[in-house]
Design a binder for this molecule. Structure first.
Ligand code: AMP
Ligand code: TRP
Length: 347
């Protein structure tokens, strides 16, 4: 099995990113049948929406440290910055020549990214308006995955359509130029859709989920301090009624908090704590008691992450060394695929 996954360096990681994506990366890198695992900070994806060139480098390095602190182990996986492995881009161009625009402009993320450009608040946002990259980046994502001949991709469910597209592109390449790419599967988990604390019908994300709500209150960043975490959970939207019961339709707020509780409390003890067990534990108790305990579960869970983050941030020489070695190896592996592809195409 070969794995690739990536996250845009678009700000601090939050619990949704952790539970929907990175937690699985860590589990997968430890499996014995994994031949190759590559995790990328996809910095060429990040420039398709407005960004600040003065802070972008730091943002990319923050993401690298986030991954290391979350448990990406350079002995088991390669940790790369996409822009340092140019083979991704070369394959993306090739893929763009066999990807009909109709496969891209119907993706829901195309509209979402257009809106993101408009609502970015960046003073030069107009310059990014409807750029070609926000239409074509799924072809780059397909290249990110297939350049390593990956067949398993840990992602949240919002990325599922992109993976279907990756398979379509791989199949078309095989049809035109000969058998090269195998089908790719998504690896998904229970945390695949963590909801916003302010509006539990929307996913937890870095952008505000309600027009009145503040973006910061809708997500828990992995680096939030204990007091901020307690405050955000206290303010999280709950539902009418008093019962602590999982019911996504009638009680989306409490259901989301139960999911977070069960996933985090379980992983602190290194075991699985089912939602049913959490419900039983809080039978007859109030929302306030449940939320207070949940806040402590989140604080305890994030403490070791935050300590490791500080350690890595204080030893950038080690971080640079990890990147240099990983990126060198990644270029070698990626070049094998690219040479094969170019040869098959007569390039
Ligand atoms: P993004 O921050 O949107 O670039 O997402 C990075 C990764 O985290 C992707 O694999 C997403 O599917 C995943 N992800 C983002 N938000 C959530 C969420 N609220 N719940 C679960 N997974 C998420
Ligand atoms: N498109 C993904 C996102 O917006 C990020 C991404 C880029 C990715 N390349 C990837 C995810 C390859 C998985 C595999 O979240």
């Amino acid at each position: 099995m070969r794995i690739f996954s990536g996250i845009r360096p678009s700000g601090k990681l939050h619990l949704g990113n952790y539970l929907g994506a990175i937690k699985n990366w860590i589990e997968l890198q430890n499996k014995p049948d994994i031949e190759l695992a590559v995790f990328g900070v996809v910095d060429y994806h990040g420039i398709t929406t407005p960004f600040d060139p003065k802070t972008y480098h730091q943002q990319v390095m923050d993401a690298v440290i986030d991954y290391l602190a979350a448990g990406v182990d350079p002995k088991k996986a390669l940790l790369i910055r996409q822009s340092k492995v140019p083979q991704h881009m070369e394959l993306a161009w090739i893929f763009s020549t066999i990807t009909p625009v109709g496969w891209l402009d119907r993706l829901p993320t195309y509209k979402e990214k257009q809106n993101q450009v408009e609502s970015s608040g960046n003073e030069k946002a107009d310059s990014w308006k409807n750029n070609l990259g926000i239409l074509s980046y799924p072809a780059l994502m397909a290249a990110d995955i297939l350049i390593y001949k990956s067949n398993l991709v840990p992602i949240g469910d919002d990325q599922k359509a992109h993976l279907d597209l990756t398979n379509e592109i791989g199949k078309k390449f095989n049809y035109l130029f000969g058998e090269t790419f195998e089908p790719v599967k998504a690896f998904k988990s229970e945390g695949e859709r963590i909801k916003s604390l302010q509006d539990p019908t929307k996913k937890m994300s870095k952008t505000p989920s309600t027009s009145s709500g503040q973006a910061g209150d809708s997500y828990i960043a992995l680096m939030d301090s204990p007091d901020i975490i307690r405050d955000k959970i206290k303010k999280a939207t709950t539902d009418s009624g008093k019962e602590i019961k999982f019911d996504e339709k009638e009680k989306p707020g409490i259901s989301n908090l139960l999911t977070i509780y069960s996933l985090l409390a379980g992983s602190i003890k290194g075991q699985i704590l089912s939602i049913k067990e959490v419900e039983d534990k809080y039978g007859g108790k109030s929302y306030i008691e449940f939320k207070n305990d949940l806040a402590e579960v989140v604080v305890d869970f994030l403490k070791p992450f935050q300590e490791r983050y500080k350690e890595f941030a204080g030893d950038m020489a080690q971080v640079d060394k990890i990147l240099t070695e990983s990126e060198e190896r990644a270029r070698q592996i990626a070049q094998e695929t690219l040479s094969d592809v170019k040869q098959k195409m007569g390039l």
